[in-house]
Design a protein around this ligand. Structure first.
Ligand code: ATP
Ligand code: MEV
Ligand code: MG
Length: 320
């Protein structure tokens, strides 16, 4: 028996980083997805084609890779196994081979870490004979992402579990109806830091200058609340204006890098209605109000466009 979970990736429209500190955020799922397959095995294995290891140290006696980078890269998966061992006393129970398939590079600001967690929770729990509801999958996934990163909101794991457009506020998830007249262009640039590292940078800014940090987050909250109304009423011009404003606040939080700021300011100068960084930053994803000029510019600056059309199903699990 092979259990396969498919998890959509996601784009953050408004409120990334602020959502970690209790502010609202808006995100939605796209057609890019990650698949996690779990099958019985004589030993626990984790395999993933698109993980790259920087630097290798090999124990030639047992031909074993000894490398802290490997441990970090698969931490999201191993933490899921630890969770179920702790909570469902499956110690020394069935061993599993866990395979992750993704067409998107890891760590691009599209919620790949959350998708790996949600997919592994959904598939591994079913492999153990559990029938978890989406609410439980989302809750466990957030706890796992939090354990690995030390800091994490519910946004990525809950958006990818439920699917569609979601408004996140104070631990609650509300589905948003956004008219199809509003659509987006998106893509990503090579990233120089992971989200976990960006979260730690933002936390240190908060500790250095708490009052300025509060002002910035309160301003992002105002933008996100206004964007919710503009989105559901189909006001693309207003959504676009608010995207540029949100990008400016994220620049002030120090989560952008030159290529992202260059892209956003050149898009604005060429008349694109709205653009901003999306997700953890440090490179990674950008999102704009749909405009071919934005997609051409993204590619011209060395980025990769993705299909930014919304999907509405969230995580799915099947036996193959
Ligand atoms: N295909 C994959 N196979 C195994 N692990 C993966 C895969 N993709 C991502 N990961 C894990 O997720 C980590 C990247 O998480 P990170 O949060 O930095 O990026 P992201 O989730 O794409 O961005 P954001 O959180 O900003 O949306 C990788 O370092 C790796 O540990
Ligand atoms: C940066 C952040 O807000 C979004 C990452 O996609 C982190 C989080 O919400 O956990
Ligand atoms: Mg992540």
């Amino acid at each position: 028996m092979i259990v396969e979970a498919e998890v959509p990736l996601k784009l953050t429209l408004f409120g990334e980083h602020a959502v970690v500190y209790g502010k609202p955020a808006i995100a939605y799922t796209v057609s890019e997805s990650i698949k996690v397959r779990v099958r019985e095995s004589e030993k626990f294995y984790v395999s993933s084609q698109n993980l790259q290891i920087k630097g290798v140290k090999v124990d030639l006696h047992e031909f074993k890779i000894e490398n802290d980078n490997v441990r970090k890269l698969i931490a999201y998966v191993t933490e899921v196994i630890n969770y179920f061992n702790e909570h469902y006393s499956y110690k020394d129970g069935k061993k599993a081979a866990i395979e992750i398939e993704s067409n998107v590079e890891p760590s691009v600001g599209l919620g790949t870490s959350a998708a790996v967690v949600v997919g592994t929770v959904a598939a591994y729990s079913r492999f153990l004979g559990l029938e978890l509801q989406k609410q439980e999958i989302a809750k466990i996934s957030h706890e796992v992402e939090l354990r690995v990163q030390g800091i994490a909101s519910i946004m990525d794991t809950h958006t990818e579990t439920y699917g569609g457009f979601v408004f996140i506020k104070e631990g609650k998830v509300e589905k948003l109806e956004v008219p199809p007249s509003i659509s987006f262009s998106a893509g990503y640039f090579r990233r120089i830091m992971t989200t976990a590292e960006m979260l730690r940078n933002v936390k240190s800014l908060k500790e250095k200058n708490p009052s300025l940090f509060t002002t910035l987050l309160d301003s992002i909250e105002k933008v996100t609340v206004e964007a919710r109304t503009a989105l559901t009423s189909g006001d693309a011009d207003r959504v676009g204006e608010l995207m540029y404003v949100n990008h400016g606040f994220l620049f002030s939080l120090g989560i952008t890098v030159p290529v992202l700021d260059q892209f956003v300011s050149m898009a604005r100068a060429s008349g694109v209605k709205g653009c901003k960084v999306s997700g953890g930053g440090g490179g990674g994803a950008v999102i704009c109000i749909k405009d071919q000029r934005a997609e051409l510019l993204l590619n011209a600056l060395g980025g990769k466009t993705i299909n930014a059309n919304p999907t509405f199903q969230g995580v799915t699990v099947k036996l193959i």
